[in-house]
Write a protein that binds this ligand. Structure first.
Ligand code: PMP
Length: 389
C-alpha cells in the first residue's frame, strides 16, 4: 500500500458530508465580531469563541496598526535566535501581574504552548495523567515526550485518585492535566477536588484555561480564580485566540523553573515568535479584559438567555450554563442536517460529530459573545427552535 492510499478513506468520509462540511465554509466578508457574509447571506456568528467580542475593538486595532507601522510585519525568527522584542517581555510581565503569579512565558499559539510546556516538563521516568476529554493539543504534547501517558475519567477526581494510587512512587513525578472550561459541552472542572487529590499524591497540576480566560472569576482569571485554587495550581496555560481575539499562547506559574523552560522547550525554540502587531493587539485586549468588566457581564447575560430558552424548550444541553452551549443529538444525520439548515437560515455554529462529541453522540455547539445583541440571541433561539429537534 502506498503512503497515499490511506487518503481514500478520508476522501470517502468527505464525500459523505456533501455540502454539510464545515471545512468548506468561507467567510466572504467579516462585518463585525458577530456577523459575516457566508454563501452571499447575512449570517450571525455563534461558533467563533470570540467571547469578549474584541476582534473589532478600536483600541486593539489602533495598537496593532501602530505596532505594524513602527515595528514591522514580523520577527522573522524565534526569540532564541533573533532576540526578544520588548513587547514579548512586556506581555509576559502583564500576564504574570494579571494572574498574580511571578512567572510567565508566551508562545506563538496555544497549541504550541501546550506542546512546549508538556515537552519541557516531562521525561522518560515521568508520568502524565490527562482528563479523558482534554484537548488534542494536550494529548499531542504528552505524546511528544517519553513519559507514561494515562487518562482518567472526565471531571472525575475519584478516577484520578485511583490512577495516582496505582502509580505508587511515580505519583510524585506525575503531571495531572485538565481544562478549566471544556469547550465541547461547556462544563467546568471541579478544581477544588482535583487540587486536593493531586496534593495528597505529591503530583503537579496544569490547567488549560483556553476557554475560561476572561470568562470565569471576578477578575476574569478563569476557573482557577472562580474555584479559589490559584495558589495551589502549578501551571496555567491558555491562548490569545479566544477572549483576547488574536493569536498566541502562554503559561503562567508560581514555580521559578518556568524561566528555564525556554532552554528545554522545542515548540518555543524552533518556531518564529509572535509578530509585533499580534503582541500589541493582545496587550490591548488584556487591558480591555482587565478594565471593562461589563464585557464579561454581557457575555454571561447572553449565555444565560440562550441556555435558559433552549432548556425551556426541552432540548438536550450540556450540564451547566456557560458561554458554550451544546445542543446534543443522538443521531449524526440529524446533526448534519440541522447544522446545514441553520447555516442556510443565516446562523453559523459548530458541528461536532463522533469522536469529537462525547458518548458517540453528535452536537451543535454555540459560543456566545459579549458582542451579541439581545436581538441576535432572540434570532438564534427562534432559528434553533424552528429546527424542531
Ligand atoms: N487548548 C484548548 C482547550 C483549545 O480549545 C485550543 C484551541 N481550540 C487550544 C488549546 C489551542 O489554542 P490555539 O488556537 O491558540 O492554538
Amino acid at each position: 500500500m502506498s503512503l497515499l492510499a490511506k487518503f481514500s478513506d478520508l476522501a470517502e468520509q468527505r464525500a459523505a458530508l456533501g455540502s454539510a462540511d464545515p471545512s468548506k465554509v468561507v467567510i466572504e466578508t467579516i462585518l463585525s465580531p458577530t456577523e459575516a457574509i457566508i454563501n452571499g447571506r447575512h449570517t450571525i456568528l455563534a461558533g467563533t469563541n470570540n467571547y469578549l467580542g474584541l476582534t473589532f475593538d478600536p483600541d486593539c486595532i489602533a495598537a496593532g496598526q501602530d505596532a505594524l507601522a513602527r515595528l514591522g510585519t514580523g520577527t522573522t525568527g524565534s526569540r532564541m535566535a533573533n532576540g526578544n522584542y520588548s513587547g514579548h517581555r512586556a506581555l509576559e510581565q502583564e500576564l504574570a501581574e494579571f494572574y498574580g503569579y511571578p512567572y510567565a512565558m508566551i508562545f506563538s499559539t496555544g497549541y504550541a504552548a501546550n506542546l512546549g510546556v508538556l515537552s519541557a516538563l516531562l521525561g522518560p521516568d515521568d508520568a502524565v495523567l490527562l482528563d479523558a476529554d482534554a484537548h488534542a493539543s494536550l494529548y499531542d504534547g504528552a505524546s511528544m515526550t517519553r513519559a507514561g501517558i494515562y487518562r482518567f475519567k472526565h471531571n472525575d477526581p475519584d478516577s484520578l485518585d485511583k490512577r495516582l494510587s496505582r502509580l505508587k512512587d511515580r505519583a510524585a513525578r506525575t503531571l495531572v492535566v485538565i481544562e478549566g472550561l471544556y469547550s465541547v459541552l461547556g462544563d467546568t472542572a471541579p478544581l477544588q477536588a482535583f487540587v486536593e487529590v493531586k496534593e495528597r499524591h505529591g503530583a503537579l497540576l496544569m490547567v488549560d484555561e483556553a476557554h475560561s480566560l476572561g470568562v470565569y472569576g471576578e477578575h476574569g482569571r478563569g476557573v482557577v480564580e472562580s474555584s479559589g485554587t490559584q495558589d495551589r495550581v502549578d501551571f496555567v496555560v491558555g491562548t490569545f485566540s479566544k477572549s483576547l481575539a488574536s493569536t498566541g499562547g502562554f503559561c503562567v506559574s508560581r514555580h521559578r523553573e518556568l524561566e528555564l523552560f525556554q532552554y528545554a522547550s522545542r515548540p518555543y525554540m524552533f518556531t518564529a515568535s509572535p509578530c509585533p502587531s499580534v503582541i500589541a493587539t493582545t496587550r490591548a485586549a488584556l487591558h480591555a479584559l482587565r478594565t471593562r468588566p461589563e464585557l464579561k457581564n454581557r457575555l454571561w447575560h447572553n449565555a444565560e438567555r440562550l441556555y435558559g430558552a433552549l432548556k425551556e424548550r426541552n432540548l438536550w444541553l450540556g450540564p451547566e450554563v456557560s458561554p458554550v452551549v451544546a445542543v446534543r443529538l443522538e443521531d449524526r444525520g440529524l446533526a448534519l442536517n440541522a447544522w446545514q439548515r441553520l447555516l442556510e437560515s443565516g446562523v453559523y455554529c459548530n458541528l461536532m460529530l463522533p469522536p469529537a462529541a462525547p458518548e458517540g453522540g453528535s452536537l451543535l455547539r454555540f459560543s456566545l459573545s459579549a458582542a451579541h445583541t439581545d436581538g441576535q440571541v432572540d434570532t438564534l433561539i427562534e432559528r434553533i427552535a424552528a429546527l424542531g429537534l
